[in-house]
Design a protein around this ligand. Structure first.
Ligand code: ADP
Ligand code: MG
Ligand code: MG
Length: 495
């Protein structure tokens, strides 16, 4: 039954008649030979199933598909996670979708909440300018498409699920999240008995098909059979295979064509017809899906801003529209935690209570009491600017330095940031596979819940939880994105 494995300790585990399926695994009790075998199988699986990213060291790997591919970094085994907290996070998904939609419609709330940030943050200011122009034009987004991911950590001390942030633009890994869960299920199907783990405790993960379904449904609402979905991408993208997974499902399952364009190309090839139809390179665009254009670096010149404005002015369905983008900023996240703000947007009291329960402490920097507390204990807080994509937050002693610097005459500048309670999830020793090598490290994890939302005027066409992604990172690193090499893709083992 054990097959080619020949290692002493494995035999002890063979006698496990029944799997205690709710038991969490401990890497220290797993035989090293078995770890090596699992690693090998996992590397084969990821190569054969396209769980791959471009290799940094190969020049064209971010431009030409099929050139310089490496397996994506992943955790060898799915992370044990309480079923109750997993369900709690899933159940929040449709409520957050509705909340984002409501907030996006309140132009005054967005403009006022971000008015001080606008003065000191040039990037947010440009987005707000586009937003203002749309208000002046009386531009309405009748069909709204949300492809979101709400991220959480489980606070070890209070055992509560706390939201890190909600992403409304360019949520990464809808393709890979499904793949990593499949990889883990496959490993447990083949080796679960030896490990004492049950593959069925890794929840099915349909992000890729749900995101494709949402894009297809939005395309259908646009109601032009010749129109295509346009993905706005960076000119170089080592994470292109995660994107291609989505578009391949969109094409094969829904027969919808995707074109990839950079903002510069949209500017060059794009035009608006008198009725507002967006045409790029001669093709009518039904849906614009941003997998870029969320950071200042994506806007090196006026060209890119012109393209962003062109898209917003058009009748194409945008994921996200500028109002959805703004609704996903950290400043708005912080405003929503203030008393009686959620109540403005959510009608159901139970929904308000559930959402509030997952809010961590968030403050603006003009609250002197909390700023002084954070200067005294900077390790308990994080300072966050209005940025996306990782690597932008301020930690540790830099929190103190930043707050002291901003306290004096530079108080205005503080409006660029929010202050957040630092969450401490439990640390566990995890086997991580990076660069074909398995190594064990102390890690913490962040659970992302994807959700999809489509609305056409009064009609809600789709509003659901749409898969999950666990990201596991070395506990000593503050942020560490997957691409940056500090975090790995992971899935869930329900306990
Ligand atoms: P981004 O939009 O750049 O992803 P995040 O708010 O998600 O910004 O922060 C990036 C990373 O920083 C998170 O993935 C998480 O690892 C860490 N982080 C953010 N906020 C907190 C917090 N309150 N407590 C602990 N870690 C956090
Ligand atoms: Mg984000
Ligand atoms: Mg994040």
């Amino acid at each position: 039954r054990v097959g080619p494995l020949r290692c002493g300790r494995v035999r002890d585990m063979e006698i496990l008649e029944e799997i205690d399926s709710k038991r969490a695994w401990d890497v220290r009790s797993i035989d090293q030979d078995l770890i090596q075998k699992l690693t090998y199988d996992a590397l084969v699986w990821s190569s054969l199933h396209g769980l791959v990213i471009g290799d940094k060291s190969i020049r064209r790997s971010g431009k030409v598909p099929g050139i310089g591919m490496n397996h994506a970094p992943f955790a060898l085994l799915p992370l044990p996670f309480p079923e109750s907290h997993f369900s709690e996070a899933c159940e929040l998904a449709p409520i957050f979708n509705e909340l984002i939609d409501r907030v996006s419609l309140d132009a005054k709330f967005l403009q006022e909440s971000l008015s001080r940030t606008k003065k000191v943050d040039a990037f947010t200011s440009r987005l707000l300018d586009i937003h203002s122009r749309m208000i002046e034009m009386n531009k309405k987004e009748d069909i709204r498409l949300g492809l979101h991911r709400s991220d959480y950590m489980l606070c070890e001390q209070t055992k509560s699920l706390l939201q890190i942030e909600l992403n409304t633009i360019s949520c990464s890994f809808p393709g890979f999240s499904s793949l990593v869960s499949e990889l883990h299920r496959s490993l447990l199907i083949h080796h679960g008995k030896l490990l004492g783990l049950d593959s069925k405790r890794v929840p099915l993960n349909s992000t890729v098909s749900k995101f494709a379904e949402a894009l297809a449904k939005a395309w259908t609402e646009f109601n032009n059979p010749r129109a295509v979905v346009m993905v706005v991408v960076s000119s170089e993208e080592r994470n292109m295979y995660d994107q291609h997974w989505l578009f391949s499902v969109l094409r094969e399952k829904h027969n919808v064509t995707t074109i990839r364009k950079t903002l510069a190309e949209v500017d060059e090839e794009g035009e608006l017809l008198p009725d507002g139809t967006l045409v790029v390179g001669g093709q009518v665009i039904a849906v614009v899906y941003f997998r870029g254009a969320y950071a200042p670096i994506d806007f090196p010149s006026e060209t890119e801003w012109r393209a962003r404005l062109l898209v917003e002015q058009s009748t194409a369905i945008k994921s996200p529209s500028v109002s959805y983008h703004l609704a996903g900023t950290k400043k708005i996240q912080q405003e929503l935690t203030k008393p009686n703000v959620l109540e403005r947007f959510l009608d159901n009291k139970e929904d308000v209570a559930r959402v509030r329960k997952c809010f961590a402490g968030l403050w603006s920097l003009d609250d002197p009491e909390i700023v002084n507390k954070a200067i005294e204990r900077p390790d308990l807080y994080i300072v966050k600017p209005q940025r996306e994509g990782g690597g932008n937050n301020i930690y540790g002693d830099d929190v103190r330095k930043t707050l002291l610097r901003l306290k004096g005459e530079r108080i205005e500048e503080g409006a660029a940031y929010v202050l957040m309670q630092r969450i401490f999830p439990s640390v566990s020793l995890t086997p991580l596979i990076q660069d074909g090598i398995c190594h064990e490290d102390d890690t913490i994890s962040e659970l992302g819940i994807y959700s999809t939302y489509i609305r056409n005027n009064e009609k809600v066409i789709m509003n659901e939880q749409s898969g999950y992604l666990m990201r596991t990172k070395i506990s000593s690193s503050n942020e560490g994105g997957v691409a940056a090499g500090y975090a790995v893709l992971d899935s869930v083992y329900l306990t």
